[in-house]
Design a protein around this ligand. Structure first.
Ligand code: RI2
Length: 320
């Protein structure tokens, strides 16, 4: 079953990157809606809800995943017939995938304008959105150089340097702990995001907060490239972003850890960069200061606020 396979690939990180997992989940929902055995509205809804649940629970941090599923599922409640529900589902999934690609193109254009000829850029992890800006700047004729970190423990930096190398961009590969040693050579830090909260904090690959802190201390600007569907609407109603903690064996081989009974390996996959270490967030809706995250959530992901108002109404009524 395509949904289960996709969910497995997302969990094992065969499919990874916040944008990619969102598109893969939308594609799995589209496929599921097309291949459904259900012939009536009630069983179709039930099937889709269970598929959505399987996909959403694969990786807890990247909010692009529940946002994509929410978009694809929206309207299912209102559909009057099975055919309407099925067609609506397929169309919304296709629209999400298309708009995601379109968002990446826009981000590349907007972000590239912030990269100057001769800039040396530092990036951490492997972000399609951040790399899009770098590649676009290079394509437009700017002579740039990149420092890319290794990104322990999953080494996504290897994917990044392969892309940069293939594009012909001069690239330096460094271990994560070398960022401070090179920060004075850097003009701009550019990273992606797995989630952006209502207060403009950015959740991204573990190590990003250290990189951003180091850059801020050295007066180097920090740019984050993030599609609007990476903003977390439920942070408006007080929900926190869950930080995924992965298997210790990603950090320390199981055989070695067996010989160290008093040692526990901690392996959080993401960290939170506070708003004061971020200069701008490049979205497809424009380049914004992180303090404007609320506006993006309100205008592009309105359901979080609808929910907030609904809850608020209920609460005030209860108080009366
Ligand atoms: P794009 C990745 O998470 C990295 O943290 C990366 O910065 C972020 O998603 C955004 O990537 P992981 O799946 O959506 O490698 O910009 O854990 O590609």
């Amino acid at each position: 079953m395509f949904v289960t396979e996709t969910a497995e690939k997302i969990k094992s990180m065969e499919i990874r990157g916040a944008g990619r997992i969102a598109r893969a989940a939308a594609e799995a929902m589209r496929h599921h809606a097309m291949e459904t055995q259900a012939r009536d509205l009630v069983s179709f809804r039930r099937e889709m809800e269970s598929a959505a649940q399987t996909l959403v629970t694969t990786r807890p941090t990247a909010v692009s995943l529940p946002n994509a599923i929410h978009l694809v599922m929206s309207g299912l409640e209102r559909a009057a017939t099975f055919e309407e529900a099925q067609n609506g589902m397929i169309i919304r999934a296709e629209q999400f995938i298309q708009s995601s690609h379109h968002a990446l193109e826009k981000i590349a254009q907007f972000g590239a304008r912030h990269i100057r000829d001769g800039d040396i850029i530092l990036t951490h992890c492997n972000s399609e959105a951040a790399l899009g800006c770098i590649l676009e700047a290079y394509r437009s004729g700017k002579e740039i150089e990149v420092f890319a970190t290794e990104v322990r423990p999953r080494n996504q930096g290897l994917v990044t340097i392969r892309t940069l190398n293939d594009a012909g961009i001069k690239t330096n590969f460094i271990v994560d702990s070398a960022v401070r040693s090179f920060i004075h050579e850097i003009d701009l830090v550019l990273v992606g995001a797995d989630a952006v909260t209502v207060n403009g904090a950015v959740v991204n690959k573990i190590g990003t907060a250290q990189v951003a802190h180091t850059a801020t201390e050295a007066r180097v600007n920090v740019l984050v490239a993030a599609e609007t569907y990476k903003f977390a609407p439920r942070t408006i109603i007080g929900e926190l972003i869950q930080i995924e903690e992965r298997e210790g064996s990603e950090v320390l081989a199981y055989e070695i850890s067996q010989t160290l009974p008093h040692v526990t390996v901690r392996n959080p996959a993401f960290d939170v960069t506070p708003v004061e270490y971020i200069d701008l967030i490049v979205t497809e809706a424009g380049v914004i200061p992180p303090q404007m995250a609320y506006i993006i959530i309100r205008d592009y992901l309105g359901w979080g606020i609808e929910e907030f108002h609904k809850n608020f109404e209920i609460n005030t009524r209860n108080e009366e």
